[in-house]
Design a protein around this ligand. Structure first.
Ligand SMILES: Nc1ncnc2c1ncn2[C@@H]1O[C@H](COP(=O)(O)OP(=O)(O)OP(=O)(O)O)[C@@H](O)[C@H]1O
Ligand SMILES: [Mg+2]
Length: 234
């Protein structure tokens, strides 16, 4: 029997410089069809094709029916809506990795609306891997929080923010990372998949470690191209 393809949404949360984009970059390095909404231009620095206007973005996407890595360096809500429509169609043409960075700048905390809502609610049948970042859990819309296949939770600064996310996912607040480069991974219906996670940096390489569910041992973790840590049951 053929199974229906099912997309994945990973939501990466944490304060600035907490290590949200680092695992995302490790994933996209392993993939050949990627579209980023890139307000800080960091994917351009990784070699993505830089688009600064909607016309440039549209042309780059229409020219790229197979492999290609494209970044839309933009900031406004209107540009984000346009990016979402493009992402929906480009992924429908051929499955892709879609990376909307800094959601709080361009979405609101209510119900996901319009093009963004369509992307997270209706694109999953076309099997995208959506990797989204936001600095505070309270700033993200309910749609992406509820549809997320997993939450990657990095450093939270204030007690309020840590308590907010702890109560959202039903874990003790002491498990929410409060230090830079620390993280946990959680999935609805499963609970904590990785705890006491951390990133180490050697030269320009990043290494991940953490404790997998059902274990008490810190082990190295490898990020795979499907967005998941190898050997962790999602
Ligand atoms: N263990 C580590 N030690 C030192 N530097 C690290 C470590 N882990 C990651 N970094 C570096 O820290 C920087 C910030 O990480 P990253 O970009 O993942 O954070 P972020 O949460 O996405 O931040 P931003 O809010 O700027 O998007 C990166 O340059 C990354 O290479
Ligand atoms: Mg980042």
């Amino acid at each position: 029997m053929e199974t229906r393809p099912d997309g994945t949404i990973g939501l990466y949360m944490g304060i600035t410089r907490s290590g949200k984009s680092t695992p995302i970059k490790e994933i996209v390095k392993q993939r050949d069809r990627v579209l980023a909404f890139d307000p800080k231009g960091e994917y351009v620095q990784m070699g993505f094709v830089k688009c600064e206007t909607r016309a440039e973005l549209l042309k780059a996407l229409m020219d790229t029916t197979g492999a290609g890595k494209i970044a839309f360096v933009a900031n406004s809500r209107k540009d984000f809506e346009f990016w979402c429509d493009c992402a929906f169609n480009w992924n429908r043409q051929k499955e892709a990795v879609l990376v909307p960075e800094e959601l709080a700048n361009v979405t609101n905390s209510g119900k996901a609306q319009d093009s963004w809502g369509r992307l997270i609610n209706q694109s999953l049948a076309f099997n995208p891997l959506i990797l989204a970042t936001v600095q505070r859990g309270s700033e993200v819309d309910k749609g992406v929080m509820n549809n997320a296949s997993y939450l990657h939770i990095a450093q939270h600064q204030t007690n309020d923010d840590a308590e907010y996310i702890a109560s959202k996912i039903g874990v003790d607040v002491s498990l929410i990372p409060r230090e830079q480069y620390k993280f946990i991974v959680w999935r609805g219906g499963k609970g904590l998949l990785v705890r006491s996670g951390s990133i180490q940096k050697k030269g320009d390489k990043h290494f991940f470690r953490g404790i997998k569910a059902g274990s008490n041992r810190v082990v190295p973790l490898t990020v795979e191209k499907n967005g998941k840590f190898k050997g962790v049951e999602y």
